[in-house]
Design a protein around this ligand. Structure first.
Ligand SMILES: [Fe+2]
Ligand SMILES: [Fe+2]
Length: 328
């Protein structure tokens, strides 16, 4: 019998593609067991992994201030926030695992620099005001990016985003409330807030990725329903949202070109330094090496926990059911 004979039971690829596209056209979800084009799967793995890594690396800049929080209340809030980010990373690694990649593989790709994370986390946190600014602007930008992802076409990704977005909104409020408290304080505190906003405004705008005409993956990702808005649309939404918040706070956003355009019904604004963005994304930011070294060390230090959990799971599944039940 010839091994090249077509298998009569295998559905042909054209029918599968058609089915896949019908699901997208209905704005329905693609689930892990559904057929999907290899490129769709690879794009999702890249995007979800990058997102998961950002949550995990994103714990470091703020974690830097946990031991130096100015009060017990601020420490409790910051601890809860950083812990939420760990949870976000874990949901997203799980979503990525449904696409056939192991967490081990993802971690190795992060620490070897093969997969990226958001450029924003390669900037240092120099004062406690940065905790507030990160909550307000960085979590704010994350919300603008992520709310549309609740409707993304891949089921496990969209569902994990729903809970994540609720927590991000708490993060943004705690940041804004911290900055508002400092703005009502002394001149030195107000200066600290302004200095922090000056450093984080442009990197926050970079979080939406390069301009649309320099973003080769956007069109395909939108056609697949993975992305719902372009980078520039999201950046505009974020600027329009942040301007009145900055006014209420009493801080100046460091952009001389920022002005309301009544004709467009949006703010005009300047462009971030895209050269700096490219440098930070490709590893030359102020903290890239430090962030990865810290992550690698934490992963190595945790090896015994993984070994113990694996040994325990193996022993439990080898035991007769009665022994397991008796112990429980
Ligand atoms: Fe998060
Ligand atoms: Fe957050």
């Amino acid at each position: 019998m010839s091994t090249t004979a077509p298998d009569a039971t295998a559905p042909d690829e054209t029918a599968l593609v058609e089915q896949f596209e019908q699901v997208l056209a209905r704005h329905d979800r693609i689930e892990p067991r559904d057929w999907m084009p290899e490129k769709y799967r690879a794009t999702l793995v890249r995007q979800i992994a990058q997102h998961a890594h950002s949550e995990i690396i994103g714990m470091q800049p703020e974690g830097n201030w946990i031991t130096r929080a100015p009060s017990l209340r601020r420490k409790a809030i910051l601890l809860a926030k950083v812990q939420d980010e760990a949870g976000h990373g874990l949901y997203l690694y799980s979503a990525c695992e449904t696409l056939g990649v192991s967490r081990q593989e993802l971690t190795e790709k992060l620490v070897s620099g093969q997969q990226k994370y958001s450029s924003i986390f390669n900037y240092p946190t120099l004062s406690y005001a940065d905790v507030g600014t990160i909550g307000w602007l960085v979590d704010g930008a994350a919300i603008a990016n992520q709310v549309p992802l609740c409707r993304t076409s891949y089921g496990p990704y969209g569902r994990s985003m729903i809970r994540i977005c609720k927590e991000e909104s708490f993060h943004q409020r705690q940041g804004y409330e911290l900055l508002m408290t400092m703005m009502r304080g002394s001149d030195a505190q107000r200066a600290m807030v302004q200095e922090s906003v000056d450093r984080f405004w442009w990197p926050a705008l970079m979080m939406f990725g390069p301009p649309d005409d320099d973003s080769p993956n956007t069109a395909q990702s939108m056609a697949w329903g993975i992305k719902r808005d372009t980078n520039d649309e999201l950046r505009q939404k974020f600027v329009d949202m942040s301007v009145p918040q900055a006014e209420r706070l009493g801080v100046t956003l460091p952009d001389p070109d920022l002005v309301w355009n009544a004709e467009r019904g949006h703010h005009d604004f300047g462009q971030p330094d895209w050269e700096e963005f490219r440098a930070v994304v490709t590893g030359a930011g102020p903290c890239n090496a430090q962030r990865i070294a810290h992550r690698r060390r934490a992963h190595e230090d945790g090896a015994w926990v993984r070994d113990a959990a694996t040994a325990f799971a193996a022993r439990s599944s080898a035991e007769p059911v009665e022994t397991r039940e008796a112990r429980a």
